[in-house]
Design a protein around this ligand. Structure first.
Ligand SMILES: NC(=O)c1ccc[n+]([C@@H]2O[C@H](COP(=O)([O-])OP(=O)(O)OC[C@H]3O[C@@H](n4cnc5c(N)ncnc54)[C@H](O)[C@@H]3O)[C@@H](O)[C@H]2O)c1
Length: 258
């Protein structure tokens, strides 16, 4: 098969949770540029609509749906909407994240809130969307974790800034998502579903200058991730080009941990 055909997502229906967020927007755009019909789903429908309008103006096919993945009824409602509108789902990018904690000493209730969204709710939506992909005869699931799901915090990145009190919940659920990827890759293989994970490094988003300087010194390519960096990887994992890649976690960190 020609490599352009292998990478094409023409005719595919792809769902991106947290599609209105920083990495989410890049992922939605990348999949749509590879000719997928993309559903962007977030809690905040207004932000999603604004971004979808921009994509549509650029000739991309992007639809907006609302979901709170911490709420089972909302997840089931999203599922029904997808069935009604498209009748199928081929690709699920499990990207949404909630960050209720900001540091080690935060109230334990915030850890619990985080688990409701990032562990229980995340698994709920993943399992329901897997059901849809199964009905379509198979497809691809891409979990978005973080390099912080693989490594502990590098506190020297925060020297000279008021950042640096790292949220424990994030390191816990990002790490869990990577091993859940391996579990699912084995459990779902007989349904013709591949499950992979991308663990990105920090996306440049006008962070404090000192942080960016500290951070970039550690990255062999000399910079933070930009808006294009994740696009190719997501399209690759969503497409036939990665048909023999399953259960993998790809660190996308500019070589920071090479
Ligand atoms: N931004 C980075 O530098 C960075 C670095 C490494 C990994 N990541 C990973 O990238 C992914 C996206 O992170 P981001 O920084 O773009 O996030 P973000 O905070 O910019 O966006 C998060 C999105 O998730 C949605 N969301 C939150 N709670 C939800 C819920 N209950 N139901 C449905 N949607 C909900 C929000 O509405 C938002 O659209 C995450 O998996 C994160 O771990 C981000």
């Amino acid at each position: 098969m020609n490599v352009k055909d292998l990478l094409s997502l023409k005719g595919k229906i792809a769902l991106v949770t947290g599609g209105a967020g920083n990495y989410g927007k890049c992922i939605v755009e990348g999949l749509a540029e590879a000719d997928a019909t993309v559903i962007t789903a977030s809690r905040n429908i207004e932000n999603s609509k604004k971004f979808a309008q921009k994509c549509i103006a650029n000739g991309l096919t992007v639809h907006v749906m609302q979901v709170d993945q911490a709420d089972h009824d909302s997840v089931m409602s999203l599922k029904q909407q997808i069935i009604k509108k498209f009748g199928r789902l081929d690709v699920f990018v499990n990207n949404a994240v909630s960050r209720p904690m900001s540091g080690y000493n935060d109230p334990i209730e915030l850890f619990e809130e985080s688990m409701r969204v990032n562990a229980t709710g995340m698994f709920d939506i993943l399992r329901e969307m897997t059901g849809l992909i199964t009905l379509a005869g198979g497809g691809s699931i891409i979990n978005i974790s973080s390099m912080m799901g693989v490594f502990g915090p590098d506190l020297t990145n925060y020297e000279g800034t008021d950042m640096g009190d790292m949220p424990p919940d994030y390191f816990f659920h990002r790490g869990g998502l990577i091993n859940l990827t391996r579990y699912l890759a084995r459990m779902l293989a007989n349904k013709n579903i591949r499950v992979n994970c991308i663990s990105p490094g920090g996306l440049f988003n006008n962070q404090p200058k000192r942080f960016v300087e500290n951070y970039c010194k550690k990255v062999p390519v000399g910079r933070m991730a930009n808006n294009d960096d994740i696009k190719g990887l997501v399209v690759f994992l969503a497409s036939k080009a990665s048909a023999y890649v399953n259960g993998e976690n790809i660190l996308m960190d500019g070589g920071m941990h090479a």
